[in-house]
Design a protein around this ligand. Structure first.
Ligand SMILES: Cc1cc2nc3c(=O)[nH]c(=O)nc-3n(C[C@H](O)[C@H](O)[C@H](O)COP(=O)(O)OP(=O)(O)OC[C@H]3O[C@@H](n4cnc5c(N)ncnc54)[C@H](O)[C@@H]3O)c2cc1C
Length: 368
């Protein structure tokens, strides 16, 4: 007979949103479901750039975790996990609570790599946590000056999408705007093929966004950005969109992690060191099949994570999940057009935006 037990989910990221949706369709018997989340509404990465451009409202681009938890019969604890006691099987929360678990799953995303550059913590705004970034973006939109210079540190998909969508929002509202992207690599979007970088670089130039490649930011001051090369650009706002990193409480808890502090998991999405702990999305690195930290993988891991959690509760053998080698990314250009990127293939078209919009809205509809 099944024992009474707690299945605790930390974070309402993309994978857990899907797990909750699927769990709402079945009964877990004697297993109590608990979701610990530091937000009630979590952003959907596919629509976040469109929200910055003003194409989607806040609610259209955010998943309501309270409604989802209610539907799945889960108790929502609005708090931030700050540690794990793996001897006692407890999640340590910021407000002092210690939540018991028998089975745990972690999907807390990532944040741009620690702002170790002098002055960055004080004067730059990190894109994550997204609620902090959006609060700053909305404050800026509410008090737009006649002249505004934005610096974006990081020329990956996130930084470039932010630049293009911010330009869309600002170009006819601010008389004198400038947007600068800084990246230490010799091309943008190094996770994608050369053609994608080329198409996007041309779009950036056409839209008047300045690209500073092979530039490492050495210091951030109240006045702007100083690069190692000596390049000095005055900025009114600086957004930080660099490589993903993991919070340090994960490694401190005793879970085996990769060299960057992400939880190392097997193909079953179980922790290498603790088989009763699962992880998915950006925070997990699948040891045998590592992939870039992207929302598309977090979404794909939702169903296999759900299946293995249910199998584990039922005492059944777990299934392996192998993420695709080549995957399709649809990158919005901020002007109702998008670029498809897959392996060495790249194509830009307004039709792709219509398709992306359809896919994103269909994805969000399942949570409404
Ligand atoms: C501007 C921008 C655009 C992007 N566009 C794309 C795109 O078009 N396509 C794509 O594939 N990827 C994109 N990405 C990357 C994408 O955002 C991430 O890969 C994706 O969000 C990861 O999903 P996740 O499920 O791991 O976690 P997240 O979606 O980050 O969710 C984590 C959740 O956990 C919560 N949380 C965090 N810490 C705690 C804690 N300690 N306790 C409790 N709750 C916690 C957070 O508040 C959040 O709700 C973009 C990123 C940025 C910055």
């Amino acid at each position: 007979m099944q024992q009474k037990q707690n299945l605790v989910l930390i974070g309402g990221g993309h994978s857990h949103a899907i797990v909750l949706d699927l769990l709402s369709k079945i009964s877990l018997g004697k297993t109590d479901l608990i979701l610990i989340s530091d937000v009630i509404k979590t952003p959907y990465s596919g629509m976040l750039p469109g929200h910055i451009a003003g194409y989607y409202t806040y609610d259209e681009s955010h998943i309501n975790l309270k409604k989802l938890a209610d539907r799945a019969g889960a108790k929502l604890i609005l708090d931030r996990a700050i540690g794990l006691d793996l001897k006692e099987n407890k999640v340590l929360c910021k407000n002092g609570d210690r939540i018991d678990f028998d089975l745990l799953s972690i999907d807390i995303g990532s944040t741009p790599a620690t702002i170790s550059v002098p002055g960055a913590k004080e004067y730059a705004i990190s894109i994550k946590p997204v609620p902090n970034f959006l609060a700053e973006w909305n404050r800026l939109l509410a008090t737009l000056p006649n002249s505004l210079t934005i610096g974006i540190v990081g020329g990956g998909a996130g930084g470039v999408e932010l630049a293009l969508n911010a330009e869309r929002r600002l170009h006819d509202r601010v008389e004198n705007w400038q947007i600068h992207i800084f990246d230490r690599n010799e091309r943008i979007l190094t996770n994608h093929n050369q053609s994608v970088s080329k198409i996007l670089s041309n779009i950036l130039v056409k839209r008047g966004i300045k690209l500073h490649l092979l530039e490492s930011v050495a210091e951030v001051t109240r006045e702007g950005i100083i690069c190692k090369s000596g390049l000095n650009v005055r900025c009114d706002r600086i957004f930080w969109v660099t490589q993903a990193s993991a919070p340090d409480w994960i490694a401190k808890s005793g879970l085996i992690t990769d060299s960057r502090g992400f939880i190392l998991v097997k193909d079953t999405l179980q922790s290498l060191s603790h088989p009763h702990i699962f992880a998915a999305g950006d925070i997990a690195t699948i040891q045998n099949n590592p992939r870039p930290k992207a929302g598309v993988f977090a979404v794909r891991q939702g169903r296999p994570l759900y299946e293995n959690l249910v199998r584990r509760i039922a005492g059944k053998e777990l299934k392996s999940y192998i993420p695709q080698q080549k995957y399709l990314s649809l990158i919005g250009t901020g002007k109702k057009s998008a670029i498809a990127s897959r392996g060495s293939f790249a194509w830009e078209s307004p039709l792709l935006w219509l398709w992306k919009d359809y896919l994103d809205r269909s994805f969000m509809n399942r949570f409404q």
